[in-house]
Design a protein around this ligand. Structure first.
Ligand code: NDP
Ligand code: OXD
Length: 309
C-alpha cells in the first residue's frame, strides 16, 4: 500500500512522520522516485504537475493538501473516476479565522487610514463606529466561512453571507445564488471572499461587482487569485469605490515584483499564507480516508468535480 506525495510548499518529513504514526504500514513515496507505479494507491498532493497522476494506474484516491482542489482539477490529464478529497483541518480553519478577524478589524477600525496619518505625521482624530454598526459580508459560507463568521457575530458585527445554496447559521443573514448577489453586496461594507476557484467564480471580483457595493467599501480576498480582476481592483481603488483591498491570493503567485499592488498604500499584500494545513491534524484525516477506502467505504469530504469544489 503506497502513497505518492507531492508539494513544493509542504515539507515531506513532518507528513511522513505523522502519517506513519497513524498508518505504520503505509509506504510513502516521493514524486520523482515513485518506484513501481502499480503499487501506488493513494496520492497526497499540492499542485501536482499536469499528467503526473496518470502514471499510477491503480490510484484509489487523491487527497488534496489544501482546502482547495482547483490545483488538481486543472490537470487536463487527471485520471477519470478517482475520488478527490479536500482537506478539512484544524490548522487551516483556525488560521483562516484569525486572518479574517485580523483584517476585518483592521478595516473596521480604519487602521490603514491611521497608518497613512502616522506616515504623514498627522494627528487626525478619527472615530471608528462600533462593530454593531458595521456590515460584513462573507462570499462563501463553507467550512472556512462558517468558522470565520462565528467570532464576527460574537463581536456584534452585522454579518451576511452569499453562497450557492441557502444557509442557516445563527447570526448570519443568508443570501444565495445569482438573485441574492445584488442585495448582499448593497448591504456589505467589508467584503470577505472565501470562495473556491471554479468556472462559476472565475473573475467574479470585477468592476460590476464592486459597483454594487456601497462607496468606500473594502475588500479582503483569501479565496483564489483567479476570482479577482486585478485592473478592476486598481480602478475601483482609484475612483474611491473601494477604500482598501487586502489580498492574500493573486492571479500570478508569487506576485510579480513590478505589480502595482506592492507599492500602493491602499493595498495590503500577504503571500497566500492566510491558512496552512497542519501535518499532524491533516495526516489524521488522510489516514481515516485510507482506512475507510480499505474497509470498502467511501472517504469523507469527496468533492464534486462537476461543480469544482
Ligand atoms: P467549502 O467548499 O467548504 O465552501 C465553499 C463555499 O463557497 C460554500 O459556501 C459554497 O456554497 C460557496 N460557493 C461555491 N461556489 C459558489 C458560487 N458559484 N456562488 C456562490 N457561492 C459559491 O470551502 P472552504 O470554506 O473550506 O474553502 C474555501 C476556499 O478558500 C478554498 O476553496 C480555497 O480556494 C480558499 N482557501 C484559501 C486559503 C489561503 O491561505 N488563502 C487557505 C484555505 C482555503 P454552498 O455552501 O452553497 O455549497
Ligand atoms: C488551500 C490553500 O486551499 O492553502 O488550502 O490555499
Amino acid at each position: 500500500m503506497a502513497l505518492i506525495f507531492h508539494s513544493e510548499l509542504d515539507r515531506l518529513e513532518p507528513w511522513q512522520e505523522a502519517l506513519r504514526r497513524h498508518l505504520p504500514e503505509l509506504d510513502i513515496r516521493v514524486w520523482d522516485a515513485p518506484g513501481d507505479p502499480e503499487a501506488v494507491e493513494y496520492a497526497l498532493v499540492w499542485k501536482p504537475p499536469a499528467g503526473g497522476l496518470r502514471r499510477f494506474p491503480r490510484l484509489r484516491c487523491i487527497f488534496s493538501l489544501g482546502a482547495g482542489v482547483d490545483h488538481i482539477l486543472i490537470d487536463p490529464d487527471l485520471p477519470k473516476g478517482v475520488p478527490i478529497v479536500r482537506m478539512i483541518d484544524h490548522s487551516l480553519t483556525q488560521g483562516m479565522t484569525e486572518y479574517v478577524l485580523l483584517h476585518v478589524l483592521r478595516h473596521h477600525r480604519l487602521q490603514p487610514h491611521m497608518e497613512a496619518c502616522q506616515r504623514a505625521g498627522r494627528w487626525e482624530f478619527v472615530v471608528a463606529p462600533l462593530a454593531e454598526e458595521r456590515r460584513v459580508g462573507l462570499m462563501g459560507l463553507g467550512v472556512l466561512g462558517q468558522a470565520a463568521a462565528r467570532p464576527l457575530v460574537e463581536l456584534g458585527f452585522q454579518v451576511a453571507s452569499w453562497s450557492r445554496t441557502p444557509k442557516s447559521v445563527p447570526g448570519v443573514e443568508s443570501f444565495h445564488g445569482a438573485d441574492g448577489l445584488a442585495p448582499f453586496l448593497a448591504r456589505t461594507e467589508i467584503l470577505v471572499c472565501l470562495l473556491p476557484a471554479t468556472p462559476a467564480t472565475a473573475g467574479i471580483l470585477d468592476a460590476g461587482l464592486f459597483a454594487g457595493l456601497p462607496r468606500g467599501a473594502s475588500l479582503i480576498n483569501a479565496g483564489r487569485g483567479g476570482q479577482q480582476v486585478e485592473p478592476d481592483i486598481l480602478a475601483a481603488l482609484d475612483s474611491g469605490q473601494l477604500s482598501h483591498a487586502t489580498l492574500d491570493v493573486f492571479r500570478q503567485e508569487p506576485l510579480p515584483r513590478d505589480h502595482a499592488f506592492w507599492t500602493r498604500p491602499d493595498v495590503t499584500v500577504t503571500p497566500h499564507n492566510a491558512a496552512l494545513t497542519g501535518p499532524e491534524s491533516g495526516a489524521r484525516q488522510v489516514a481515516e480516508g485510507i482506512r475507510r477506502i480499505r474497509g470498502g467505504r467511501f472517504p469523507d469530504h469527496v468533492v464534486d468535480p462537476s461543480v469544482g469544489y
